[in-house]
Design a protein around this ligand. Structure first.
Ligand code: HEC
Length: 369
């Protein structure tokens, strides 16, 4: 640990302590951007059936662009996770500092004491270390949540490969887990994280790198005591450090190459990602001009597109598939049904059935006896 005590010349003239390095702060910024954007592009997919979500997807440029953005920020999150692994490894193997994020029994005691303290049943606020129980829990939730999101995200992104190794039912389960964990993570950030770092006390240390004396006394009293007793991280002699750094560079390059390779593999494996929101429901539906419709062509389209498989060769319909012969719906409603695909019927986007073909279908169905 390299906690340097230093006097500042801030207006408050309050003493501050260095808490986060530039690298830590950069990681957190990338995490904010990727996490937020994953939420922004993921939530409307989760709630795709609601009008508000649909409108929001349109604002973002349609479902296709939302999907691309979601994956872009997923890659960003995975990249920063790889970086984080490297940063921890550096602390562990080169600098050899204590890993202050690992939970211990003391955290449970602290949590309990804090609980009692808040109820007025304990006189003293617990004295907490560099990372207190709340911060550790949140950190572990991020680690665990990211692992879960990466695994389930992989399955949704590459369902064909996944189905080769696990039973197909795992994929809808992965989708449910991906969606539920996302909700949990967003709720945790909005409620728990915002409360702890903005409302309870506006703690800017992850941006400025510095934490106030007051915050140290309340949140990290144990760490503060250590600093005051003069405890400071003692780096090893230079040649030892250099030796470790060299070994680390070799090791880190190999692991990074493997992980980045894995990331590229993840991203480029297949382009069959499962759909969250049906693409065609966001398809533009143009006005249909039936005056140009041609009944004979309509029959060809009908058979070519295999509408007959469900609606019957002459549109007679078999319950629950409605009959379409002599349809009384107006051409626009007819087109919307074809583009969107109500209930069990698939939707047919423009690149599958053109507007003219819809007009042919309509005219043919009306011409039937
Ligand atoms: C997989 C079976 C299936 C196929 C294939 C299919 N449909 Fe349908 N279609 C249905 C079902 C089921 C409904 C009724 C949906 C509902 O309950 O709202 C329906 C409804 C419709 C409706 C709306 C009818 C109404 O009264 O609201 C239209 C129009 C229609 N289909 C046209 C077509 C055309 C044209 C094709 C071929 C391009 C086609 N369908 C292919 C199953 C199918």
């Amino acid at each position: 640990m390299n906690i340097a005590k230093k006097e500042t010349t801030m207006a408050t003239n309050e003493k501050t302590y260095t808490r986060f390095s530039a690298s830590d702060r950069m990681e957190h910024l990338v995490l904010i951007v990727s996490f937020t954007m994953l939420g922004v592009t993921g939530l409307p997919q989760r709630y795709g059936e609601y009008e508000l979500a649909k409108q929001f997807i349109d604002v973002l440029g349609g479902i296709e662009s939302v999907r691309v953005m979601h994956r872009f920020f997923a890659v960003m999150l995975m990249a920063v996770s790889i970086y984080h692994g490297g940063a921890i490894s550096y602390k562990l193997f080169v600098r050899r500092v204590r890993l202050s994020m690992i939970p211990s029994l003391k955290d449970i005691r602290d949590a309990w004491q804090y609980f009692l303290y808040n109820l007025g049943l304990h006189k003293e606020h617990p004295k907490m270390p560099r990372f207190n129980f709340g911060e550790k829990a949140e950190y572990l939730a991020v680690v665990w949540g990211t692992i879960l999101m990466v695994i389930t995200g992989f399955m949704l992104w590459n369902p064909v490969i996944t189905a080769r190794y696990v039973s197909g039912e795992v994929i809808p389960a992965a989708r449910a887990a991906h969606s539920a964990e996302a909700f949990l993570a967003i709720a945790a950030i909005v409620i728990w994280h915002m409360y702890n770092v903005h409302i309870k006390r506006f703690n800017r240390s992850i941006f400025t790198g510095e934490i106030s004396q007051e915050a140290m006394e309340e949140e990290h009293a144990l760490e503060l005591e250590e600093i005051e007793r003069g405890y400071q991280y003692q780096p090893p002699p230079l040649e030892v450090m250099v030796r470790r750094q060299q070994a680390f560079t070799v090791y880190a390059s190999i692991v990074t190459a493997i992980l980045v390779g894995g990331l590229v593999y993840f991203v480029s494996l297949e382009d069959t990602a499962i759909e969250t929101v049906p693409r065609q429901s966001f398809e533009q539906i143009n006005d249909i001009d039936v005056t140009e419709g041609n009944a004979s062509l309509g029959e060809i389209v009908w058979l070519e597109q295999e509408c007959n498989l469900c609606h019957g060769d002459t549109g007679e319909g078999v319950y629950p598939v409605p009959p379409l012969a002599q349809t009384t719906s107006d051409p626009q409603a007819f087109a919307i049904a074809i583009r969107r695909g109500p209930a069990d019927m698939p939707g047919y986007p423009v690149n599958q059935i053109s507007d003219e073909e819809i007009a042919h279908l309509y005219v043919w169905l009306q011409s039937l006896e």
